[in-house]
Design a protein around this ligand. Structure first.
Ligand code: MCA
Ligand code: AMP
Length: 513
């Protein structure tokens, strides 16, 4: 009996018998179209896994990776699983202070970065005690592949138990400090196997992969689905709506955050004919507006299937696959098989039909806790073992779950999470700033974007544009508020708490179409 629960081994078992078929075809980037066969994936991941194994790293070593999207970067992820280490993906937008925090907190044994960032990232990494820093470019250059080229093409996947750690995903905290969600081989494998069935992956499916590969959506849900099903991927390094629409004729499955659908809807080439070959369009990571849902149905002839998940839990709920008419706009569908979901009011009682409360979940997909933050982990779980998602929702009479808000102070912009507390921390540290508040307001493209409201210190002249420019040098671009207002004071309630709801109301039409 093979009881190896290594996620790579399970994905590998999904490869087709004929390893010479094309597994991934690049649609853009250097040299496109490049075609990688399943044998290329098998060999490439073996070579990188052998490179890592040869470094004789301690068990449980973290491999932190900040590189542009490429097929080799996907192979690196798979190789880390294969070798039994822990993958730590980092958004390419992160800058020095953010990288310093992640590397300092996770203490990775290996860091892989883009060649152009080697100087500053290696300095941070070596100072934090990282033993090895490799480079990997999106054009197949860099020391990682140079070194791996000398390694054997054969590698037996490391034996891992279901609860062994496979990846750490940093999600920002409401206090402004990011927490590393620890996901095990079992968390991800159980979810991937269940979704293969639930979304009816079938022979001949082809996935258009146009999402970044440093988050759950692109790295896990999309890639695992295709690999486990032995399905070809058409691989976009960058999302380009026109180019994606052109390739729909060769594909059957597409996954995107709502912004991707909004941008494709703006293209006149989006027609039922262009989508005739498609089987399934999936949306998640942020709320899909009902107007987008209906416009998509009209323009493409397909009904988007919306689902809901988190870094801590992978996928939690989904609208049904069949019949298409049972996919309800404005809802995230039903708890997935094996996932327990309850909605609790402020007295910790179960909510009735259509009553709004906090969403709590449990199941084999739910993470073990936050990296080196036992108190934080304990806070986020109930005494009887349910994870408090921080999302606020309700369930209708048919059982469809809708997300109506969040108890966590979080902005979701184009599918990326922005924690106001973190941005406010940076603003408050700037000369002349007395205090600040960052709120999310509706945006036609990104769904929601941040707006900053700043109070100057007495006598200090503040230049909003200069503050935003400084912020851009310090934090990831997508976290930088799209507008900044300097005001005399922030609205406060009688307890002295800033009334963010008033600021949101005041600026809600800033980006109205
Ligand atoms: C880029 N910018 C953004 C965003 N992306 N600002 C706010 N929110 C964003 N998401 C900035 C750029 O830096 C630039 O700033 C300006 O906005 C315009 O950028 P643009 O060229 O329009 O952006 P882009 O490069 O085309 O990227 C937009 C994007 C991208 C394709 C929508 O953000 C994206 O790939 N989002 C997907 C995120 C994702 O995969 N999330 C899944 C998380 P400037 O002009 O100053 O330079 S996983 C998850 O949430 C859970 C588990 C789940 O359920 O899936
Ligand atoms: P993250 O932890 O970065 O992966 O973000 C997870 C959060 O994204 C969830 O807690 C939700 O607030 C949000 N989210 C994911 N999918 C959806 C969806 N379909 N509708 C609304 N919010 C979503």
């Amino acid at each position: 009996m093979n009881d190896n629960q290594n996620l790579f081994a399970a994905l590998r078992a999904g490869f087709p018998a004929n390893l010479d078929q094309v597994a991934i075809e690049t649609a853009d980037g250097p040299g496109a179209p490049l075609r990688y066969t399943w044998r290329d994936l098998e060999r490439g991941t073996a070579m990188i896994a052998n490179l890592l194994t040869g470094l004789l790293l301690p068990a449980g070593s973290r491999i932190a990776v900040q590189t542009e999207k490429s097929v080799e970067a996907l192979m690196l992820y798979l190789a880390v699983l294969r070798a039994g280490y822990v993958y730590l993906p980092l958004n390419t937008a992160y800058q020095a202070a953010e990288i310093e925090y992640f590397i300092g907190n996770a203490e990775p044994a290996v860091v892989v970065c883009a060649p152009k960032n080697f100087a500053w990232i290696s300095r941070i990494a070596f100072q934090a005690g990282t033993a090895h820093v490799f480079t990997l470019g999106d054009d197949r250059c860099g020391s990682l592949l140079e070194r791996a080229a000398h390694c054997s093409e054969r590698h037996t996947p490391a034996v891992r138990r279901a609860d062994d750690l496979a990846a750490i995903l940093y999600t920002s905290g409401t206090t402004g400090r990011s927490k590393g969600a620890m996901l095990s081989h079992g968390n991800m494998l159980s979810n991937a196997v269940m979704l293969k069935d639930y979304w009816a992956w079938q022979p001949g499916d082809v996935l258009i992969h146009a999402l970044p590969i440093f988050h759950v959506h692109g790295l896990f849900v999309a890639s695992h689905g295709a690999l486990l099903n032995g399905s070809k991927m058409i691989w976009f390094g960058r999302f380009d709506p026109q180019a994606v629409i052109r390739r729909l004729a060769e594909a059957t499955v597409f996954m995107g955050v709502p912004t991707l659908y909004v941008r494709m809807l703006a293209e006149p080439t989006l027609t039922p004919a262009a989508c005739a070959h498609m089987r399934l369009f999936i949306s998640g990571s942020a709320p899909l507006l009902t107007e987008t849902f209906h416009a998509w149905r009209e323009r493409s002839g397909h009904t988007i299937l919306e689902r809901y998940g988190m870094s801590e839990t992978v996928m939690l709920t989904s609208n049904p696959y069949r019949p298409e008419s049972a996919r309800h706009a404005g809802t995230v569908g039903f708890p997935l098989p094996g996932v327990g979901l309850r909605i609790r009011d402020e007295h910790d009682r179960d909510c009735g039909v259509d009553e709004i409360g906090g969403i709590q979940v449990r199941g084999p997909n739910v993470f073990a806790g936050y990296w080196r933050m036992p108190e934080k982990t304990q806070e986020e779980f109930t005494a009887d073992g349910w994870f408090k998602t921080g999302d606020v929702g309700k369930r209708d009479a048919e059982g469809y779950v809708s997300i109506v808000g969040r108890s966590k102070d979080l902005i979701i912009s184009g599918g990326y999470n922005v924690y106001p507390a973190e941005v406010e921390g940076y603003l408050n540290d700037m000369p002349g700033v007395a205090e600040s508040a960052v709120v999310g307001v509706p945006h036609p493209d990104f769904g929601e974007v941040g707006v900053a409201v700043v109070v100057a210190r007495p006598g200090a002249p503040l230049d909003g544009a200069a503050l935003l420019a400084t912020l851009k040098q310090k934090i990831a671009n997508f976290k930088v508020p799209k507008h900044l207002f300097v005001v005399d004071e922030l609205p406060r309630n009688t307890m002295g708490k800033v009334q963010k709801n008033l600021l949101r109301q005041q600026h809600q039409h800033l980006h109205s179409r």
